[in-house]
Design a protein around this ligand. Structure first.
Ligand code: SAH
Length: 228
């Protein structure tokens, strides 16, 4: 889940509007909220958010808002997905770790931009359902794993890029350790349900640089595996 302070909804469906128009307005909303990187916009144009939202909320998939998914979780607001992806500065040869698979939408976008994505979630069900979508979309460069992502994936790391889509109080130590020198990690930090900041951590030869990007609201990073 993610909402910005400017989270008014100017993308809600207009009566009689077709899918093509809705998708156009979706992309326009991304641009007007600061997603300007053309590679990111192209990736977001290619990945149909409508496939990642099921049930009651499916017809709101092209609105710029977070929506409920299974296991009491949320698919993030598209403009926040775009801004996080942009801040991550992904290169085509990168290996990326995502903590918080959720619907799989963010991972599918990353998969357009890099060599390999490892995505982990604490709910087996979310990992399974996202994995089915990745197969359906022929996204063979995504590996989805059920795990507590706060420990990262020591066997697969280190990573060029790490993105966390659930909020911890501080950047988890194992994730900092699994970031390559020159690597970038983007994550929300702060007490859950109060003010959180999206931050960008860059690892240099001297240590870690921290940059605060904007206020956000995400579901919390929770320890251990989920029940479903
Ligand atoms: N990126 C997702 C949105 C994720 S919502 C998308 O594009 O749809 C946050 C997700 O983080 C939830 O699915 C939640 O189960 C997961 N999560 C929370 N704590 C976690 C942990 N410790 N390890 C792995 N996943 C975690």
């Amino acid at each position: 889940m993610s909402t910005g302070p400017e989270d008014f909804d100017d993308t809600s469906d207009q009566p009689g509007e077709g899918l093509a128009e809705r998708k156009m307005r979706f992309l326009f909303a991304l641009r007007s909220r600061g997603v300007t990187d053309t590679r990111v916009l192209t990736a977001m144009e290619r990945v149909d958010r409508g496939l990642f939202v099921r049930g009651l909320f499916a017809d709101r998939a092209y609105e710029d808002m977070p929506l409920p998914i299974a296991c009491g979780q949320t698919i993030s607001q598209p403009s926040v997905v775009g801004l996080m992806t942009q801040a991550l500065q992904v290169n085509p040869r990168d290996t990326v770790l995502e903590v918080g698979t959720g619907s799989g939408y963010q991972a599918a976008i990353l998969a357009q931009l890099c060599r390999r994505v490892y995505t982990v979630d604490r709910y087996r069900r979310l990992v399974r359902e996202a994995g089915e979508l990745f197969r359906q979309l022929d996204l063979t460069n995504i590996t989805s794993i059920t795990a507590d992502g706060s420990f990262g994936l020591p066997d697969q790391g280190p990573f060029d890029r790490i993105i966390v889509t659930a909020a911890a109080e501080d950047p988890p130590g194992p994730l900092l350790e699994q970031l390559k020198p020159g690597g970038i990690m983007v994550l929300p930090v702060g007490q859950s349900d109060t003010v959180q900041s999206l931050i960008k951590v860059t690892r240099s030869s001297r240590g870690f640089d921290y940059e605060e990007l904007r206020p956000v609201r995400f579901v919390p990073l929770v320890e251990g595996l989920g029940s479903e």
